[in-house]
Design a protein around this ligand. Structure first.
Ligand code: FES
Ligand code: FES
Length: 171
C-alpha cells in the first residue's frame, strides 16, 4: 500500500524560552524562540528597531549594539548570551539632557545619508569614545572597520566622531 504525506494547516508550536535582558537600563523578561539572536529579540520582542537587520551574518555592522561596554554584533549573539548583561542600543545613547554628542555631530556634519548604517556606527563610536576619549583618525577608522556605509565615503563620519570626542572631553 502506498504511503501518502500527511499535511496539516495547524501551525507547529514554537519552542520558547524566557530570557531576562537589561537593555538601556530597563529590565525585561520575555519569551523568545530558543534560536533567537539578540537582534531578533530587540527588534521583534522589545520593538527596539533602531538596531538594523542588514546582512544577518556578521558582515555589515548595522546591528551593532554595546554589551558591557564593547561594540558587539547583535545578529551573531545568541539571545541567551546577552542575559544579565548591560545592553545599550542606539535608543539608549541619548540622555534626559538631549541627544548624545555623537548624534549631534552626525547631524551637524551631515554624516548620515540614508541612515541605515548610522545606529550601528553610533554604537561602535560610542563604545570607542568611552574607552578612548581622544582617538586618532586611525583608531576611529579601526573601531568602525566592521560598519559598512554605502553612502557617505566615511570622511564626514570620521569628522563627526572627532567632533563628538572633542565635545565630550570638555563636558
Ligand atoms: S546585520 Fe549583523 S553584521 Fe549585518
Ligand atoms: S548613510 Fe547610507 S549606508 Fe551609511
Amino acid at each position: 500500500m502506498a504511503h501518502r504525506a500527511v499535511t496539516t494547516s495547524m501551525p507547529m508550536p514554537r519552542a520558547t524560552d524566557v530570557v531576562r535582558l537589561r537593555v538601556n537600563g530597563d529590565l525585561y523578561e520575555v519569551g523568545v524562540p530558543a534560536h533567537y539572536t539578540l537582534l531578533e529579540a530587540l527588534r521583534y520582542e522589545l520593538l527596539l528597531t533602531g538596531s538594523k537587520q542588514g546582512c544577518d551574518k556578521g558582515d555589515c555592522g548595522a546591528c551593532t549594539v554595546i554589551i558591557d561596554g564593547r561594540a558587539t554584533l547583535s545578529c551573531l549573539t545568541p539571545v541567551h548570551e546577552a542575559e544579565e548583561r548591560d545592553v545599550v542600543t542606539v535608543e539608549g545613547l541619548a540622555s534626559a539632557d538631549g541627544p548624545h554628542p555623537l548624534q549631534d555631530e552626525f547631524d551637524l556634519k551631515g554624516a548620515a545619508q540614508c541612515g541605515f548604517c548610522t545606529p550601528g556606527i553610533l554604537c561602535s563610536a560610542a563604545a570607542l569614545l568611552a574607552r578612548t576619549p581622544d582617538p586618532s583618525r586611525d583608531e576611529i577608522r579601526e573601531a568602525l572597520a566592521g560598519n559598512l556605509c554605502r553612502c557617505t565615503g566615511y570622511t564626514k563620519i570620521f569628522e563627526a566622531v572627532e567632533g563628538a570626542a572633542a565635545r565630550l572631553r570638555v563636558e
